[in-house]
Structure formats: C-alpha cells, structure tokens
Design a protein around this ligand. Structure first.
Ligand code: KG4
Ligand code: ZN
Length: 332
C-alpha cells in the first residue's frame, strides 16, 4: 500500500511516500529558515510559509518517489500536537486530496509518528518496547505494549530536553534551534569540566530541566568574553552530560522496572551523539538492545507520519474527514 504522509506541525513542511509502512520512496523536508533571526518559531509566520510550500513539496515527493497521485492509496497527516495554524494547513490539504480522490485518510498523532520512525527502520524491534521520547516540546518515557497501546511512565515537569538544548545553545550564541550545534561543539569539550545540577529526584520517571538551564545561565553570566571563548566547548559538554545523565539514569530505571529489553530513542534529541552512545552502552551492559532512527528520521519529517498512518490504518481502519487539529493532543 502506498501512503502519502504530510507533516506541518511546527516549522518543517514535509511530504513523503512510504510503501507498506517500511520502504521510504521519498521524504522531502523543507525547514523554514525564516525563524532563525527571531530565535524561535513565530506561529503566524510558520503558517504562511507552510501555505507557500505545501503544494510544491507534495509534488516533489510524488516526483522523487516516481509515482502519480492515482497510485496513492492512503493519505496520512499530523493532527497534533503542534501549532494550530501550521497543523490546519497540512491536515486540510491531506483531507482535500483524500476527498477528491475517494481514498482513505488517517489523522496521525505527531508523537506516535516519532515512535513509528523506529518501527519503520528496524524490523527486528520488538512490538513491545520502551521509548525515550525526547523532542523540542516533549520528554517522556513510554512503555509501548504494541502500536497504539501506550503506558506513559513519566514526563517532564517543565522544559523538554530539546528545549533545554535550544535555550542553552541560544545563551551560548549558537543560533536557533541549537541542539545540533551544541552537540557538535560539545564533542570537542570535557564533559567533566563542571558539574551542573542533575534533577534525578526520587525513584520516579519524571524529568525537570528548568533548574539546569538557570544554572548554566548563572554560570555563563560570571564569565568574561575571553574565559567564555576558551571554555565554551567544555561548558557545552558539561551541560550536555547533565542532560544525558538524567535521561540515561531514568531510562535504565524504566527498563529494569518493566523488564522490557528493547529500547528506542525517538524525537529530535535522538540525534544527540552523546545520548546515543551512553544509552547504548548502558542498555547493552544489561543485555538489552537500543534502537534509534537514522539522522533524517530523528527530527520532524513526513515519512514517519506516513508509516504511523499506515500502522494505524492496518489496526483501526480509516479515520474521519471531520478530524480537526488538536494543538495539545496527548499520547494515550
Ligand atoms: O522532534 P523535533 O524535530 O521537533 C519537535 O517535535 O519538537 O525535535 C527538535 C528538537 C530541537 O529542540 C533540537 O534542538 C533538538 O531536537 N535536536 C538536538 C539535536 N538535533 C536536534 N538536540 C540535541 N542534540 C542534537 N544532535
Ligand atoms: Zn517532532
């Protein structure tokens, strides 16, 4: 079955063609550069950019996959969580296509899309697994019983992990979104240079990153420009280590509590090199296996939405064309 996936929940306009939830025939992603100078995403600006881009990006996705619209058998689009304006553009476009062609339509939860990126790329991944979902807007530990059946074990009380990366990157002059730039800078620094606070708290699966962000801001305020320049790689590495330490500790704790052996990282922060390495070591040391998506599938893209749409269609059948955008949609 050929699925057309559409993703417009934030500042990426993306369209993809996926066969049977497994083979990516195309995955075209346009990242809106316009927000960089504002240091964050401006929702109204994002909506306008999506309107301009959606048709050409969709056409390019068909062209790259070497298929015509007549061959598409299912259309899937993100319905939430995300920014309401951007969501409505992709969702309305997808519903219009499905209606015009009388083909089924499936609305997709963006978080489920991130989980699906691992299922798509790793056929050997157990249906029952645990995922650490870390993106710009979410930090969650989820036991995936099967596709569509989730137990949320814990989440962040304040900032998401990606948000902490972005805020600290901004303080360090690394641009927006700065997670990838901070990761790169940190790779040349010493993670033990300074011990920033870790909010490991009790025996639970909750996260908190706002204290860490404040601690880094206070630390940076005390430095003169020369000290900052000499030590910025070490500071980046030390901050990253504090984030990764907590993510790894809680994920390992969750695998021990559930006895689940297959673990995945999903969401944009799954691209983080230190997190991938540390969690792999810790998981394998306990006889488990760690999976994460390839770089292109970590951050927002339509291939993961197409795959999630296909799995959802297989299990629950088509969705309704009255499906609306839900900005604060939960994973349930
Ligand atoms: O999943 P995603 O594309 O968007 C949301 O759904 O939020 O995640 C984007 C987040 C941003 O905060 C970005 O800075 C972060 O993922 N990110 C990284 C890395 N690459 C992207 N954070 C740390 N290290 C990276 N290499
Ligand atoms: Zn995302």
């Amino acid at each position: 079955m050929l699925t057309l996936g559409i993703e417009t929940s934030c500042d990426e306009t993306s369209a993809a063609v996926v066969r049977d939830g497994r083979d990516i025939l195309s995955n075209v992603i346009l990242s809106q550069a316009v927000h960089t100078r504002f240091g964050g995403v401006i929702p109204e600006v994002a909506s306008r950019e999506h309107i301009k881009a959606i048709v050409p990006i969709y056409q390019e996705a068909l062209q790259k996959a070497d298929v015509t619209l007549d061959q598409i058998e299912l259309v899937a689009a993100t319905m939430g969580p995300g920014l309401v304006g951007p969501l409505l553009i992709g969702l309305s476009f997808a519903k219009g296509l499905a209606y015009a062609r009388s083909i089924p339509f499936v609305p997709v939860n963006h978080l489920e899309g991130h989980l699906a990126a691992n299922i798509l790329e790793h056929p050997e991944l157990d249906k029952h697994h645990l995922t650490l979902l870390v993106s710009g807007g979410h930090t969650m530990l989820v036991e995936v019983k099967a596709f569509g059946e989730y137990i949320v074990m814990g989440r962040t009380r304040d900032d998401a992990a990606g948000e902490a990366f972005d805020k600290v990157a901004k303080l360090m002059g690394l641009g927006y979104p700065g997670g990838a730039a901070l990761d790169k800078l940190a790779s040349t620094g010493n993670p033990r240079y300074f011990r920033f606070p870790r909010a490991v708290m009790k025996d639970d699966f909750q996260f908190s990153y706002s204290g860490l962000k404040t601690a880094v801001a206070l630390y940076l305020n005390k430095l003169d420009p020369k000290e900052f320049d000499d030590k910025k790689a070490d500071i980046a590495a030390s901050f990253q280590e504090a984030v990764v330490d907590v993510l790894v500790t809680k994920t390992v704790r969750a695998t021990e509590a559930t006895g689940v052996r297959h673990v995945t990282i999903s969401g944009g922060v799954a691209a983080n090199s230190r997190l991938r390495k540390r969690l792999r070591e810790e998981t394998e040391a306990r006889g488990g296996r760690l999976f994460y998506p390839s770089m292109a599938l970590c951050t927002d893209n339509a291939a993961m939405i197409g795959a999630a749409g296909f799995y959802s269609f297989e299990k629950y059948g088509p969705g309704e064309l009255i499906a609306n955008a839900i900005p604060n949609l939960k994973l349930t």
